[in-house]
Design a protein around this ligand. Structure first.
Ligand SMILES: O=C(O)CCC(=O)C(=O)O
Ligand SMILES: [Fe+2]
Length: 502
């Protein structure tokens, strides 16, 4: 996705016609980099290598822009349209290297698409796809005197070796692996704990019938949602097998069952059925009004999900059909390094790609209390308890199915979330004004005792919270106005914040 020799400006007026001028087989000097990092295809090197360099560097020919740091030059490039970016890239080697950063082209490409546009053939990079350049015509200008972390870093991230993250998991971090589990065992001991079941889904038809190739044969023209685009599966397959993105486009489709005309559940002919050990899913009583809850996931090696908690305080299972996934997880109250949460936890900023997070924070995170890690392989299923932070990376290209659910043991969390954080509730149809009221109404109908127990538990937690607050501020009067006359009110509170003093 990125890119980098010699010196000087190539001339400001060069345009698309130049693209064929450079020979694919031009003899590029191989960069001197650490063994584990492949040489950058254009010879770009990390900035630190400049200290060992002799001769002039490409940056000296940047003109007035040389005063700006690389980050700012890149930022300026983000404002350019397609023609300007392409032309500027041909004014000097440094700008050539920078203008090849494929994230710039991904943005331009995505902005140029609309639902009625036919997806063009994938040509190996966002730039080539957007400019419709056959890979045989792709210019490769030697940039071995370009020294830039801004250009080199995404290349490193797109090629990090994942092996070291999975081979040295400390014993105390290892996720529990069980053959199978009954509902009683789950409800009693496991609903707050991540685990992998190794035998539970082995009989699912999809485990034998599905592979990326097979889906490609059966559904080549079916459009699946991959982040901001709906691509025919055949195009996504081309993308997966021929791309080098730092954060690969991830197929994550909630309408897959309808699109593929497949049956899910216990009915005859169904291709998989949610495991019984997780018990009844209380959101099922919302029927067609439940939020999106099941997804087909397909992605290449290094694709995955950055740190997040699942929506609406639901729990989830994630079943690997092909490939394998590395998971790293933390309990809900953990402060995960590199993940920033706003005070009311309404916003989570995880500004780093998966690869950057692994490079920068993984070692620190692994030594934190509560850290759970493991690899879920094809034919296995992993449990994500309500509220747990998780980052997931595909160790190979693969397929997974995931479903979010509300087990009885987390009803309190879900009710509290819907009541206290209405602005963070997601996935419900816009026409449902108050998901909390809807859920309570349905529970009263179907599970009145469960509802009463949950509401009583919530009240008990709130009384505990209130008492702790009063103890902390020293007097009941102060507590009632929050100690500052500002009118403090106790909401339902989030179950796992029980120990927190507001
Ligand atoms: O497979 C993945 O990338 C993880 C998806 C996820 O976050 C989940 O299933 O909750
Ligand atoms: Fe998730």
């Amino acid at each position: 996705m990125l890119i980098s020799k010699d010196v000087g400006c190539a001339g400001g007026s060069r345009n698309a016609s130049i693209i064929g001028d450079f020979n694919e087989s031009e003899n590029l000097e191989t960069a001197t980099m650490a063994d584990s990092i492949p040489a950058h295809p254009l010879g770009v090197k990390p900035l630190g290598n400049q200290y060992f360099a002799s001769g002039s560097t490409a940056r000296e020919f940047l003109g007035p822009m040389a005063r700006l740091p690389d980050e700012m030059v890149l930022h300026l490039l983000e404002y350019l349209d397609t023609d300007s970016l392409r032309d500027l890239g041909f004014t000097c080697r440094f700008l050539y290297a920078l203008s090849q950063l494929d994230d710039l082209w991904k943005t331009l490409f995505l902005e140029s698409q609309n639902p009625s546009t036919n997806m063009p053939a994938w040509k190996g990079s966002w730039r080539s796809t957007h400019l419709k350049i056959p890979s045989s015509k792709q210019a490769r200008i030697d940039c071995s005197n370009v020294y830039s972390d801004v250009v080199h870093r995404p290349f490193v991230c797109a090629h990090i070796a994942l092996g070291k993250y999975i081979t040295s998991i400390p014993k105390s971090n290892e996720i529990s692996r069980l053959d199978s589990l009954t509902y009683d065992e789950f409800a009693r001991d496991w609903s707050n704990t991540p685990f992998i079941l190794t035998q539970c889904i082995k009989s699912w038809p999809v485990c034998h019938d599905w592979s990326i190739e097979e889906l490609g044969r059966k559904y080549p023209d079916v459009r699946f949602r991959a982040e901001a685009v709906d691509w025919p599966f055949s195009t996504y397959q081309d993308y997966m097998s021929n791309s080098d993105d730092e954060s690969p486009l991830y197929l994550f489709d909630r309408g897959f069952a309808e699109k593929m005309s497949i049956e899910v559940g216990r009915s005859e002919g169904s291709v998989y059925s949610p495991p019984e050990c997780f018990g009844p899913d209380l959101f099922e009583i919302l029927h067609s009004e439940r939020p999106a809850h099941r997804w087909l996931i397909v992605g290449p090696k290094r694709s995955g999900s950055t740190f997040h908690k699942d929506p609406n305080a639901t729990s989830a299972w994630n079943a690997v059909i092909q490939g394998s996934k590395y998971w790293i997880m933390f309990p809900s109250t953990a402060q995960v390094p590199g993940v920033y949460v706003s005070k009311d936890s309404s916003e989570v900023t995880s500004p780093l790609s998966i690869a950057e997070w692994l490079l920068e924070f993984h070692a620190e995170a692994r030594s934190m209390p509560g850290c759970i890690e493991g690899v879920c392989k094809a034919g296995e299923i992993l449990h994500v308890p309500s509220g747990w932070w998780h980052l997931v990376v595909n160790l190979e290209a693969g397929i997974a199915l995931t479903q979010n659910f509300v087990p009885k043991s987390h009803l309190v969390n879900v009710l509290s979330f819907l009541k206290d954080k209405p602005d963070q509730v997601t996935g419900f149809k816009k026409s449902i004004e108050c998901p909390y009221d809807l859920f309570v109404e349905r529970l009263r109908d179907r599970y009145p005792e469960l509802l009463d127990e949950a509401l009583e538990e919530i009240n008990r937690k709130n009384r505990t919270k209130k008492r702790k607050w009063e103890e902390a501020v020293g007097s009941k009067d102060q507590a009632e106005d929050g100690g500052n006359g500002g009118g403090f009110s106790f909401g339902f509170g989030f179950a796992d914040e029980d120990e927190e003093i507001p």
